[in-house]
Design a protein around this ligand. Sequence first.
Ligand code: HEM
Length: 389
Amino acid sequence: MTTTTDVPSVDFDPLDQDLRFADYPVYDRIRDAGGVCWSPARGGFWAVADFALVKQIASDHQQWLSGDGVRIPPNGTPPTFALEYDRPTHTAHRQILTEAVGPRITPSYEGLVRDHARRLLPAGREAASFDLGEPYAFRLSLDVVFALIGAPDDLKHEVEVLAESLFLFRRPMPDGSDPAVRLQEILDALVADREARPRDDWLSTVVGYGHRAEAPLSQQEIHGAIVALLVGGHHSTARATGCLLAHVAAQPQLQQHLREEPGRIADAVEEAVRMWTPLRWFARTAAADARLGGVTVRRGERVLLLYAGANRDPARYEAPDVFRLDRPRSRDHLAFGWGIHRCVGMPLAQLEVRVAVEEVFARSTWVELDGDITWTSSTEPRHIPVLLR
Ligand code: HEM
Protein backbone atom coordinates (compact mmCIF):
# COMPACT_ATOMS: atom_id res chain seq x y z
CA MET A 1 0.00 0.00 0.00
CA THR A 2 1.28 3.42 -0.91
CA THR A 3 2.16 5.82 1.93
CA THR A 4 2.82 9.54 1.86
CA THR A 5 6.55 9.20 2.63
CA ASP A 6 7.83 7.65 -0.60
CA VAL A 7 5.90 9.56 -3.29
CA PRO A 8 4.72 13.09 -4.11
CA SER A 9 1.72 13.70 -1.92
CA VAL A 10 -1.01 16.26 -1.47
CA ASP A 11 -3.42 16.86 1.36
CA PHE A 12 -6.58 16.84 -0.75
CA ASP A 13 -10.06 15.74 0.27
CA PRO A 14 -12.33 16.11 -2.76
CA LEU A 15 -15.39 16.34 -0.52
CA ASP A 16 -13.99 19.19 1.58
CA GLN A 17 -16.70 21.86 1.49
CA ASP A 18 -14.12 24.63 2.06
CA LEU A 19 -12.50 23.71 -1.24
CA ARG A 20 -15.66 24.27 -3.24
CA PHE A 21 -14.44 27.70 -4.30
CA ALA A 22 -10.71 27.11 -3.98
CA ASP A 23 -9.72 23.84 -5.58
CA TYR A 24 -7.61 25.27 -8.44
CA PRO A 25 -4.50 25.98 -6.32
CA VAL A 26 -4.57 22.32 -5.24
CA TYR A 27 -4.59 21.19 -8.87
CA ASP A 28 -1.65 23.56 -9.58
CA ARG A 29 0.30 21.95 -6.73
CA ILE A 30 -0.40 18.45 -8.08
CA ARG A 31 0.81 19.44 -11.55
CA ASP A 32 3.89 21.16 -10.10
CA ALA A 33 4.71 17.86 -8.36
CA GLY A 34 4.59 15.94 -11.66
CA GLY A 35 0.87 15.60 -12.28
CA VAL A 36 0.13 12.66 -9.94
CA CYS A 37 0.10 12.87 -6.12
CA TRP A 38 -0.96 10.50 -3.40
CA SER A 39 -3.66 11.79 -1.08
CA PRO A 40 -4.29 9.96 2.19
CA ALA A 41 -7.87 11.31 2.42
CA ARG A 42 -10.91 9.03 2.26
CA GLY A 43 -8.90 5.81 2.38
CA GLY A 44 -6.19 7.07 0.01
CA PHE A 45 -6.09 7.65 -3.75
CA TRP A 46 -3.90 9.06 -6.52
CA ALA A 47 -4.96 12.54 -7.58
CA VAL A 48 -4.18 13.30 -11.25
CA ALA A 49 -4.39 16.85 -12.62
CA ASP A 50 -2.15 16.73 -15.70
CA PHE A 51 -4.18 16.97 -18.94
CA ALA A 52 -2.25 14.30 -20.85
CA LEU A 53 -2.29 11.83 -17.96
CA VAL A 54 -5.99 12.29 -17.22
CA LYS A 55 -6.80 11.74 -20.88
CA GLN A 56 -4.55 8.67 -20.98
CA ILE A 57 -6.34 7.11 -17.99
CA ALA A 58 -9.82 7.90 -19.31
CA SER A 59 -8.87 6.36 -22.67
CA ASP A 60 -7.71 3.02 -21.23
CA HIS A 61 -10.80 1.30 -19.84
CA GLN A 62 -9.04 -2.07 -19.53
CA GLN A 63 -6.37 -0.83 -17.14
CA TRP A 64 -8.49 1.78 -15.32
CA LEU A 65 -11.81 0.31 -14.28
CA SER A 66 -15.09 2.05 -13.49
CA GLY A 67 -16.84 -1.08 -12.19
CA ASP A 68 -15.49 -0.65 -8.66
CA GLY A 69 -17.18 2.74 -8.45
CA VAL A 70 -16.26 6.22 -9.67
CA ARG A 71 -17.02 8.09 -6.46
CA ILE A 72 -14.73 8.69 -3.54
CA PRO A 73 -15.82 7.47 -1.09
CA PRO A 74 -18.40 5.07 -2.60
CA ASN A 75 -21.86 6.44 -1.77
CA GLY A 76 -23.41 3.11 -0.84
CA THR A 77 -26.04 3.10 -3.60
CA PRO A 78 -26.10 0.33 -6.25
CA PRO A 79 -23.67 0.99 -9.15
CA THR A 80 -24.86 3.75 -11.46
CA PHE A 81 -26.10 2.44 -14.81
CA ALA A 82 -23.35 2.63 -17.48
CA LEU A 83 -21.15 4.97 -15.45
CA GLU A 84 -20.07 2.35 -12.91
CA TYR A 85 -19.88 -0.66 -15.22
CA ASP A 86 -17.08 -2.06 -17.35
CA ARG A 87 -17.39 -3.89 -20.65
CA PRO A 88 -19.31 -5.90 -21.75
CA THR A 89 -22.24 -4.70 -19.59
CA HIS A 90 -21.25 -1.08 -20.17
CA THR A 91 -21.71 -1.48 -23.94
CA ALA A 92 -25.30 -2.68 -23.52
CA HIS A 93 -26.14 0.11 -21.06
CA ARG A 94 -24.55 2.73 -23.23
CA GLN A 95 -26.61 1.70 -26.24
CA ILE A 96 -29.84 2.17 -24.30
CA LEU A 97 -28.84 5.66 -23.18
CA THR A 98 -27.68 6.55 -26.68
CA GLU A 99 -31.20 5.85 -27.90
CA ALA A 100 -32.42 8.56 -25.53
CA VAL A 101 -29.74 11.26 -25.83
CA GLY A 102 -27.23 10.22 -28.49
CA PRO A 103 -26.12 12.30 -31.48
CA ARG A 104 -28.76 10.87 -33.85
CA ILE A 105 -31.86 11.67 -31.81
CA THR A 106 -30.74 14.81 -29.97
CA PRO A 107 -31.09 17.38 -32.80
CA SER A 108 -34.80 16.50 -32.86
CA TYR A 109 -35.12 17.86 -29.29
CA GLU A 110 -34.23 21.41 -30.24
CA GLY A 111 -37.87 22.54 -30.49
CA LEU A 112 -38.72 20.98 -27.15
CA VAL A 113 -35.77 22.64 -25.41
CA ARG A 114 -36.63 26.00 -26.98
CA ASP A 115 -40.27 25.73 -25.86
CA HIS A 116 -39.22 24.99 -22.29
CA ALA A 117 -36.72 27.88 -22.29
CA ARG A 118 -39.33 30.36 -23.62
CA ARG A 119 -41.87 29.22 -21.05
CA LEU A 120 -39.43 29.98 -18.24
CA LEU A 121 -38.48 33.46 -19.44
CA PRO A 122 -40.72 36.44 -18.56
CA ALA A 123 -43.53 36.85 -21.08
CA GLY A 124 -43.85 39.95 -23.28
CA ARG A 125 -41.23 42.20 -24.84
CA GLU A 126 -40.86 44.94 -22.24
CA ALA A 127 -37.88 45.20 -19.86
CA ALA A 128 -38.09 42.78 -16.94
CA SER A 129 -36.12 41.85 -13.84
CA PHE A 130 -35.35 38.17 -13.83
CA ASP A 131 -33.12 35.57 -12.21
CA LEU A 132 -31.21 33.49 -14.75
CA GLY A 133 -30.03 31.09 -12.01
CA GLU A 134 -32.44 28.73 -10.30
CA PRO A 135 -35.62 29.88 -12.06
CA TYR A 136 -34.02 29.49 -15.50
CA ALA A 137 -30.80 27.46 -15.78
CA PHE A 138 -31.80 24.99 -13.08
CA ARG A 139 -35.43 24.63 -14.09
CA LEU A 140 -34.60 24.24 -17.76
CA SER A 141 -32.35 21.21 -17.41
CA LEU A 142 -34.78 19.53 -15.02
CA ASP A 143 -37.77 20.24 -17.29
CA VAL A 144 -35.94 18.86 -20.32
CA VAL A 145 -34.79 15.69 -18.62
CA PHE A 146 -38.30 15.10 -17.23
CA ALA A 147 -39.79 15.56 -20.68
CA LEU A 148 -37.31 13.09 -22.18
CA ILE A 149 -38.01 10.50 -19.50
CA GLY A 150 -41.73 11.09 -19.90
CA ALA A 151 -42.31 11.46 -16.17
CA PRO A 152 -45.38 13.37 -14.94
CA ASP A 153 -44.74 17.02 -14.05
CA ASP A 154 -46.37 16.76 -10.62
CA LEU A 155 -43.53 14.49 -9.49
CA LYS A 156 -40.84 16.93 -10.53
CA HIS A 157 -40.24 18.67 -7.24
CA GLU A 158 -40.30 15.49 -5.17
CA VAL A 159 -37.98 13.58 -7.52
CA GLU A 160 -35.59 16.51 -7.62
CA VAL A 161 -35.34 16.61 -3.81
CA LEU A 162 -34.99 12.83 -3.58
CA ALA A 163 -32.27 12.65 -6.23
CA GLU A 164 -30.35 15.52 -4.61
CA SER A 165 -30.47 13.88 -1.18
CA LEU A 166 -29.40 10.56 -2.57
CA PHE A 167 -26.75 11.43 -5.13
CA LEU A 168 -25.62 14.99 -4.53
CA PHE A 169 -25.67 15.56 -0.79
CA ARG A 170 -25.65 11.86 0.18
CA ARG A 171 -27.88 12.36 3.21
CA PRO A 172 -31.32 11.29 4.49
CA MET A 173 -34.42 13.37 3.80
CA PRO A 174 -35.20 16.22 6.25
CA ASP A 175 -37.74 13.91 7.99
CA GLY A 176 -35.04 11.23 8.43
CA SER A 177 -36.52 8.87 5.81
CA ASP A 178 -34.39 7.06 3.23
CA PRO A 179 -34.73 8.83 -0.16
CA ALA A 180 -33.93 5.55 -1.97
CA VAL A 181 -37.15 3.95 -0.73
CA ARG A 182 -39.46 6.67 -2.04
CA LEU A 183 -37.51 7.00 -5.31
CA GLN A 184 -37.89 3.26 -5.81
CA GLU A 185 -41.68 3.55 -5.35
CA ILE A 186 -41.88 6.35 -7.91
CA LEU A 187 -39.78 4.44 -10.45
CA ASP A 188 -41.85 1.28 -9.88
CA ALA A 189 -45.01 3.26 -10.63
CA LEU A 190 -43.49 4.79 -13.80
CA VAL A 191 -42.42 1.39 -15.10
CA ALA A 192 -45.79 -0.19 -14.21
CA ASP A 193 -47.53 2.59 -16.14
CA ARG A 194 -45.53 1.86 -19.32
CA GLU A 195 -46.02 -1.90 -18.84
CA ALA A 196 -49.79 -1.35 -18.77
CA ARG A 197 -49.94 1.41 -21.41
CA PRO A 198 -46.87 1.45 -23.67
CA ARG A 199 -46.43 4.72 -25.56
CA ASP A 200 -44.24 5.88 -28.37
CA ASP A 201 -41.46 7.08 -26.05
CA TRP A 202 -38.00 6.12 -24.82
CA LEU A 203 -39.20 4.84 -21.45
CA SER A 204 -41.65 2.42 -23.07
CA THR A 205 -38.80 1.10 -25.24
CA VAL A 206 -36.56 0.61 -22.21
CA VAL A 207 -39.35 -1.07 -20.24
CA GLY A 208 -39.88 -3.31 -23.28
CA TYR A 209 -36.22 -4.41 -23.04
CA GLY A 210 -37.25 -6.11 -19.80
CA HIS A 211 -39.01 -8.71 -21.95
CA ARG A 212 -36.27 -9.26 -24.55
CA ALA A 213 -35.55 -12.94 -25.24
CA GLU A 214 -31.80 -12.30 -25.12
CA ALA A 215 -30.26 -10.38 -22.22
CA PRO A 216 -33.47 -8.91 -20.82
CA LEU A 217 -32.97 -5.83 -18.64
CA SER A 218 -33.64 -6.36 -14.94
CA GLN A 219 -35.99 -4.06 -13.06
CA GLN A 220 -32.96 -2.59 -11.32
CA GLU A 221 -31.33 -1.82 -14.69
CA ILE A 222 -34.49 -0.16 -15.98
CA HIS A 223 -34.55 2.02 -12.88
CA GLY A 224 -30.84 2.66 -13.36
CA ALA A 225 -31.32 3.89 -16.92
CA ILE A 226 -33.96 6.39 -15.78
CA VAL A 227 -31.86 7.61 -12.87
CA ALA A 228 -28.77 7.95 -15.11
CA LEU A 229 -30.59 10.49 -17.27
CA LEU A 230 -32.16 12.24 -14.34
CA VAL A 231 -29.02 12.58 -12.26
CA GLY A 232 -26.55 12.87 -15.13
CA GLY A 233 -28.54 15.50 -16.95
CA HIS A 234 -29.73 17.93 -14.32
CA HIS A 235 -27.11 19.71 -12.18
CA SER A 236 -24.31 19.21 -14.71
CA THR A 237 -26.14 21.04 -17.48
CA ALA A 238 -27.66 23.57 -15.11
CA ARG A 239 -24.21 24.52 -13.88
CA ALA A 240 -22.84 24.90 -17.40
CA THR A 241 -25.81 27.07 -18.41
CA GLY A 242 -25.57 29.15 -15.23
CA CYS A 243 -21.82 29.69 -15.53
CA LEU A 244 -22.04 30.82 -19.13
CA LEU A 245 -25.03 33.12 -18.55
CA ALA A 246 -23.35 34.64 -15.48
CA HIS A 247 -20.24 35.31 -17.54
CA VAL A 248 -22.17 36.77 -20.47
CA ALA A 249 -24.13 39.05 -18.13
CA ALA A 250 -20.91 40.25 -16.47
CA GLN A 251 -18.88 40.72 -19.69
CA PRO A 252 -20.48 43.29 -22.02
CA GLN A 253 -17.87 42.75 -24.74
CA LEU A 254 -18.54 39.04 -24.87
CA GLN A 255 -22.29 39.65 -24.93
CA GLN A 256 -21.92 42.13 -27.79
CA HIS A 257 -19.75 39.68 -29.73
CA LEU A 258 -22.17 36.77 -29.28
CA ARG A 259 -25.19 38.88 -30.17
CA GLU A 260 -23.46 40.01 -33.37
CA GLU A 261 -22.20 36.53 -34.21
CA PRO A 262 -24.68 34.01 -32.75
CA GLY A 263 -22.81 31.26 -34.60
CA ARG A 264 -20.12 31.62 -31.93
CA ILE A 265 -22.45 30.72 -29.05
CA ALA A 266 -21.57 27.03 -29.57
CA ASP A 267 -17.88 27.91 -29.07
CA ALA A 268 -18.78 29.86 -25.93
CA VAL A 269 -20.53 26.74 -24.61
CA GLU A 270 -17.37 24.63 -25.06
CA GLU A 271 -15.17 27.27 -23.46
CA ALA A 272 -17.58 27.59 -20.52
CA VAL A 273 -17.59 23.86 -19.82
CA ARG A 274 -13.80 23.81 -20.08
CA MET A 275 -13.35 26.82 -17.79
CA TRP A 276 -15.85 25.79 -15.13
CA THR A 277 -15.92 22.00 -15.60
CA PRO A 278 -19.30 21.37 -13.91
CA LEU A 279 -18.42 17.82 -12.76
CA ARG A 280 -14.99 18.14 -11.17
CA TRP A 281 -13.75 14.58 -10.96
CA PHE A 282 -14.46 10.85 -11.37
CA ALA A 283 -12.44 7.90 -10.03
CA ARG A 284 -11.06 4.69 -11.55
CA THR A 285 -9.46 1.58 -10.04
CA ALA A 286 -6.20 0.06 -11.33
CA ALA A 287 -6.74 -3.42 -12.85
CA ALA A 288 -2.97 -4.13 -12.62
CA ASP A 289 0.18 -2.43 -11.36
CA ALA A 290 1.07 0.42 -13.71
CA ARG A 291 3.49 3.31 -14.09
CA LEU A 292 1.69 6.63 -14.20
CA GLY A 293 3.76 9.76 -14.67
CA GLY A 294 6.61 9.24 -12.22
CA VAL A 295 4.83 6.87 -9.82
CA THR A 296 3.75 3.24 -9.62
CA VAL A 297 0.07 2.63 -9.02
CA ARG A 298 -0.69 -0.76 -7.48
CA ARG A 299 -3.53 -3.02 -8.57
CA GLY A 300 -6.72 -2.12 -6.68
CA GLU A 301 -5.61 1.44 -5.88
CA ARG A 302 -7.84 4.27 -6.93
CA VAL A 303 -7.00 7.22 -9.14
CA LEU A 304 -8.98 10.42 -9.20
CA LEU A 305 -9.28 12.01 -12.63
CA LEU A 306 -9.38 15.71 -11.89
CA TYR A 307 -11.11 16.85 -15.05
CA ALA A 308 -11.34 20.36 -13.61
CA GLY A 309 -7.58 20.46 -13.04
CA ALA A 310 -6.75 18.96 -16.44
CA ASN A 311 -8.89 21.59 -18.15
CA ARG A 312 -6.76 24.37 -16.62
CA ASP A 313 -3.42 22.71 -17.36
CA PRO A 314 -1.12 25.45 -18.76
CA ALA A 315 0.82 22.79 -20.68
CA ARG A 316 -2.35 22.19 -22.70
CA TYR A 317 -4.02 25.63 -22.64
CA GLU A 318 -2.36 28.97 -23.07
CA ALA A 319 -3.68 31.29 -20.33
CA PRO A 320 -5.98 28.55 -19.01
CA ASP A 321 -7.81 30.86 -16.59
CA VAL A 322 -8.94 33.19 -19.37
CA PHE A 323 -12.23 32.70 -21.24
CA ARG A 324 -11.38 32.70 -24.95
CA LEU A 325 -13.59 31.97 -27.93
CA ASP A 326 -10.74 31.35 -30.33
CA ARG A 327 -9.00 28.36 -28.76
CA PRO A 328 -7.63 25.87 -31.25
CA ARG A 329 -9.15 22.37 -30.87
CA SER A 330 -11.72 23.93 -28.53
CA ARG A 331 -13.82 20.76 -28.29
CA ASP A 332 -10.98 18.54 -27.05
CA HIS A 333 -11.36 19.54 -23.39
CA LEU A 334 -12.12 16.91 -20.74
CA ALA A 335 -15.26 18.41 -19.18
CA PHE A 336 -17.30 15.57 -20.68
CA GLY A 337 -14.60 12.98 -19.90
CA TRP A 338 -12.95 10.86 -22.59
CA GLY A 339 -12.95 7.24 -23.79
CA ILE A 340 -15.85 4.82 -23.49
CA HIS A 341 -17.47 6.69 -20.58
CA ARG A 342 -17.32 10.09 -22.28
CA CYS A 343 -20.61 11.76 -21.45
CA VAL A 344 -23.42 10.11 -23.38
CA GLY A 345 -25.52 13.25 -22.84
CA MET A 346 -22.91 15.56 -24.37
CA PRO A 347 -24.95 16.37 -27.51
CA LEU A 348 -27.98 17.20 -25.37
CA ALA A 349 -25.95 19.30 -22.94
CA GLN A 350 -24.37 21.26 -25.82
CA LEU A 351 -27.79 21.82 -27.37
CA GLU A 352 -29.39 22.88 -24.10
CA VAL A 353 -26.77 25.41 -23.06
CA ARG A 354 -26.64 26.95 -26.54
CA VAL A 355 -30.43 27.22 -26.79
CA ALA A 356 -30.65 28.64 -23.26
CA VAL A 357 -28.37 31.52 -24.29
CA GLU A 358 -30.04 31.99 -27.69
CA GLU A 359 -33.47 32.29 -26.07
CA VAL A 360 -32.27 34.85 -23.53
CA PHE A 361 -30.88 36.89 -26.45
CA ALA A 362 -34.12 36.45 -28.39
CA ARG A 363 -36.14 37.77 -25.42
CA SER A 364 -33.95 40.84 -24.88
CA THR A 365 -31.85 43.42 -26.65
CA TRP A 366 -29.41 43.49 -23.74
CA VAL A 367 -28.81 41.58 -20.50
CA GLU A 368 -27.64 43.73 -17.61
CA LEU A 369 -26.50 42.44 -14.23
CA ASP A 370 -28.86 43.75 -11.57
CA GLY A 371 -27.31 42.62 -8.28
CA ASP A 372 -24.76 40.15 -6.98
CA ILE A 373 -24.44 36.70 -8.47
CA THR A 374 -24.56 34.16 -5.64
CA TRP A 375 -22.95 30.74 -5.93
CA THR A 376 -23.50 27.45 -4.12
CA SER A 377 -20.07 26.30 -5.29
CA SER A 378 -17.44 27.54 -7.71
CA THR A 379 -19.38 25.94 -10.57
CA GLU A 380 -22.97 26.41 -9.43
CA PRO A 381 -24.48 29.90 -9.71
CA ARG A 382 -27.70 29.99 -7.69
CA HIS A 383 -28.92 33.50 -8.41
CA ILE A 384 -28.02 35.60 -11.44
CA PRO A 385 -30.20 38.71 -11.06
CA VAL A 386 -30.48 40.57 -14.36
CA LEU A 387 -32.50 43.15 -16.15
CA LEU A 388 -33.64 41.88 -19.52
CA ARG A 389 -33.88 45.00 -21.67
C1 HEM B 1 -22.63 20.22 -19.23
C2 HEM B 1 -23.27 19.11 -18.89
C3 HEM B 1 -22.59 17.80 -18.57
C4 HEM B 1 -21.33 17.55 -18.13
C5 HEM B 1 -20.24 18.56 -17.82
C6 HEM B 1 -21.22 16.12 -18.01
C7 HEM B 1 -20.04 15.48 -17.63
C8 HEM B 1 -19.85 14.10 -17.68
C9 HEM B 1 -18.60 13.44 -17.48
C10 HEM B 1 -17.28 14.11 -17.12
C11 HEM B 1 -18.81 12.10 -17.65
C12 HEM B 1 -17.74 11.01 -17.61
C13 HEM B 1 -17.70 10.26 -16.29
C14 HEM B 1 -16.44 9.40 -16.15
O1 HEM B 1 -15.40 9.72 -16.74
O2 HEM B 1 -16.50 8.42 -15.38
C15 HEM B 1 -20.22 11.93 -17.93
C16 HEM B 1 -20.85 10.71 -18.14
C17 HEM B 1 -22.21 10.58 -18.22
N1 HEM B 1 -23.13 11.59 -18.39
FE1 HEM B 1 -22.75 13.54 -18.48
N2 HEM B 1 -22.39 15.55 -18.36
C18 HEM B 1 -23.27 16.53 -18.73
C19 HEM B 1 -24.56 16.36 -19.19
C20 HEM B 1 -25.23 15.15 -19.24
C21 HEM B 1 -26.60 14.97 -19.70
C22 HEM B 1 -27.47 16.07 -20.27
C23 HEM B 1 -26.89 13.65 -19.50
C24 HEM B 1 -28.16 12.91 -19.80
C25 HEM B 1 -29.36 13.44 -19.89
C26 HEM B 1 -25.71 13.00 -18.97
C27 HEM B 1 -25.60 11.67 -18.64
C28 HEM B 1 -24.40 11.03 -18.44
C29 HEM B 1 -24.28 9.58 -18.30
C30 HEM B 1 -25.44 8.60 -18.29
C31 HEM B 1 -22.92 9.30 -18.17
C32 HEM B 1 -22.27 7.93 -18.06
C33 HEM B 1 -21.79 7.50 -19.44
C34 HEM B 1 -21.01 6.20 -19.47
O3 HEM B 1 -20.51 5.77 -18.45
O4 HEM B 1 -20.91 5.65 -20.57
N3 HEM B 1 -24.72 13.95 -18.83
N4 HEM B 1 -20.83 13.17 -17.95
